[in-house]
Design a protein around this ligand. Sequence first.
Ligand code: PLP
Length: 336
Amino acid sequence: MQAGQTRYPPTAGTAALRPAIADKAGVAAANVIVATGAKQVLADMFLATLNQGDEVIVPTPYWTSYSDIIALSGGEALLLRCGADAGFKMTPEQLEATITPRTRWVLLNSPSNPTGAVYTAKELAALGAVLARYPHVWIASDEIYDLICYAPFTSFCNACPDLADRTIIINGVSKAHAMTGWRIGWAIAPTELIQAMIAVQGQITSGACSISQAAALEAVTGDQSHITERLDAFRDRRDFVVDALNAIPGFTCSVPDGALYVFPSCEAVLGLRTPDGARLETDTDFCAYVIATTGLAIVPGRAFGLPGHFRLSYAYARASLEDGCARLTRAVQGLA
Ligand code: PLP
């Protein structure tokens, strides 16, 4: 701010940040757009490309905002159920069976919010082999949790370089650098798509905040040692929470390979009664009961398109997690 970087920045990103992101990704600056968070990248992209009724394949459970951004852009989200039995991942057969002439995009998110599922290089290549047969379908890969991954991470563009001319990679500083409030995200894509997104963004925000872009430049180009330190801490917290949840009778929680969430089933408690005599019919009832009786906020699976589960974030201090898991255990013990 003191250096005067407080004027309108170029719509696609500052002269410093845009090429820095491009350099890291090994592409030209013209292949990059900086936006007000990854969320605005998604909005730019869908507003720029969807016509009324165009379809977007969304492996489900999915991050809540996807379906609403698609709907706001006039598109139709095709929610493809990928349950716990499938590791919460889409198979090539499922993908192929869902593609229609109206399919415009398939939207991948690995590591996933809410499940933490991570696609291997082989799994991405198998999806890519299907997509190679459908040139009208573009691929959006939301990789915002790439640096919060306990298994080897593969970017879709590395697994399927032949599809680069119809792939967009989405990322940002919110998660890896704990900069959620700075609101900086970006996309790497073919220039034609970037141009269309710049046209949308230019009329909606004029580009991302110049001050936040200066801060994001430091995050992207500066010392990265905090990433490893945080990853170790998150792994410990993940393991603690998974063990605590699996210790609750009837609960099953798989170990996620990435992101900051666990997505256990709560089907075992559905049908039980609360101390007040109310019957828990749905995951939403369960989450409402937990917050009302213990003050612990967990999110129903329904919000992510997969009822019968709930999402719990472990991006908290260890003491809070211990307290939270104890509250959850107490709440479940109160059911009959
Ligand atoms: N994509 C996923 C999968 C997310 O979980 C989130 C935030 O929760 C976002 C995108 C949005 O990120 P940003 O803060 O950069 O808008």
